[in-house]
Design a protein around this ligand. Structure first.
Ligand SMILES: NC(=O)c1ccc[n+]([C@@H]2O[C@H](COP(=O)([O-])OP(=O)(O)OC[C@H]3O[C@@H](n4cnc5c(N)ncnc54)[C@H](O)[C@@H]3O)[C@@H](O)[C@H]2O)c1
Length: 343
């Protein structure tokens, strides 16, 4: 049997790296990882993946049309994950968020329709797609289904650049797939977490502060809730969606990947104290940063119905391996700044 050929853009990033590891351990596929290392790191973990003879790494900037000449063709599955994300980046360089995320999706889909239209494509949108609706109308149904109206709350606020590019990406994918008749699926990730997820998210920041024994221990937005999905579960869901014939039709499906449980930040912090076997003497509780969404939980019934997937790893088990990784991989640039709960 011929080996599958799989392309992962953003392959050096958090999700791309774990997806590559998952595919290497569960299939015989050959993988091509593409990344310009804007955010992904060429660290020891990634180098271990690249040592596998089934993996090729291409250092390409997908905003450059010339990059596509080196991308090859005829991949069975293509996971288009490359994007710039992270709340700090939305505020620091919103124009770059617009340029990079829009150019990569447009150029990538042009390459795909011309060179790879027999393959299948997965595009990672975001649960940030709902943040505009939540901030404009105060509430959305919780759990939030995939088909609620999507809102950009304020075009002048840099915060909404990222969500804007994700909605554009969804529109591009749906209408290109329909017109050029290719198969694809859009996923909206809900707070994936795990080892090697970078340093600017709530779980990495909390883990690093616990490892550094910060006391009093600051908590921002203790009653805000999120639903955290462990990365091993998340990448397994992505592969299932790509493998399933149930997502081969038109129009293409948009599907949440997340967990059914909603976790208050206070409970998240307490669970992390437990797994770290350390507790500060004093908690320093603050309100959530301005603009933070109070509750986020995606409805995960659709993915269950489509491909029978539900998350398997408990929050405690996921936090155990995540904390262990961060405790042994401190961020050398870590500043003693406040913990953000924009997640
Ligand atoms: N992790 C989550 O919980 C989450 C939530 C919502 C959406 N997403 C989406 O899932 C995808 C993967 O997320 P992640 O957490 O792995 O992010 P990440 O930042 O770790 O990975 C994205 C990768 O894309 C690369 N990249 C950026 N611009 C590029 C360019 N011009 N050319 C080539 N590569 C480029 C970066 O260097 C990075 O390694 C992204 O599209 C993100 O928006 C993730």
């Amino acid at each position: 049997m011929e080996r599958k050929k799989i392309l992962i853009t953003g392959g050096a990033g958090f999700v791309g790296y774990h997806l590559a590891r998952h595919l290497l351990s569960t299939s015989t596929a050959k993988l091509v990882l593409v990344d310009n290392l804007f955010r992904g790191r060429m660290d020891a973990e990634l180098k271990t993946v690249l040592k596998n003879s089934r993996v090729t790494f291409l250092n390409l900037d997908l905003t450059d049309p010339r990059a596509y000449l080196r991308l090859g063709s005829q991949y069975d599955h293509v996971y288009h994950l490359a994007a710039v994300n992270g709340t700090g980046i939305f505020y620091d360089m919103p124009h770059e968020v617009m340029r990079i995320n829009t150019a990569t999706i447009l150029l990538f889909l042009e390459w795909f329709r011309k060179k790879n239209a027999r393959g299948k494509i997965l595009f990672t949108s975001s649960n940030e797609a709902y943040a505009g609706g939540l901030s404009s109308f105060g509430q959305l149904p919780i759990p939030t289904p995939e088909n609620v109206p999507l809102v950009i709350a304020d075009t002048y606020n840099p915060r909404w650049t990222y969500a804007g590019t994700k909605l554009l990406g969804e529109l591009f994918l749906i209408h290109y797939a329909e017109h050029y008749k290719f198969r694809g699926v859009i996923v909206r990730p809900h707070n994936f977490y795990g080892p090697r997820a970078g340093y600017n998210h709530v779980i990495p920041e909390l883990s690093l502060r616990i490892a550094a024994r910060i006391d009093p221990f600051p908590i921002y937005g203790a009653t805000d809730t999120r639903s955290f999905c462990y990365i091993d579960d998340a990448v397994a869901a992505m592969v299932l969606l790509m493998e399933s014939g149930k997502t081969d039709g038109q129009p293409i499906e948009t599907v949440h990947i997340g967990v059914a449980e909603e976790t208050p930040i206070r409970v998240l912090v307490e669970t992390l104290f437990d797994v770290a076997e350390w507790r500060p003497k004093k908690l320093d509780i603050h309100e959530a940063p301005k603009g933070s969404v109070a509750r986020r939980r995606g409805d995960v019934q659709k993915i269950k119905k489509l491909v029978g997937w539900a998350a398997d790893v408990s929050l405690r088990d996921g936090l155990k391996s995540t904390f262990a990784w961060y405790a042994t991989h401190p961020d050398t640039k870590m500043k003693n700044e406040r913990i953000k709960v924009f997640v």
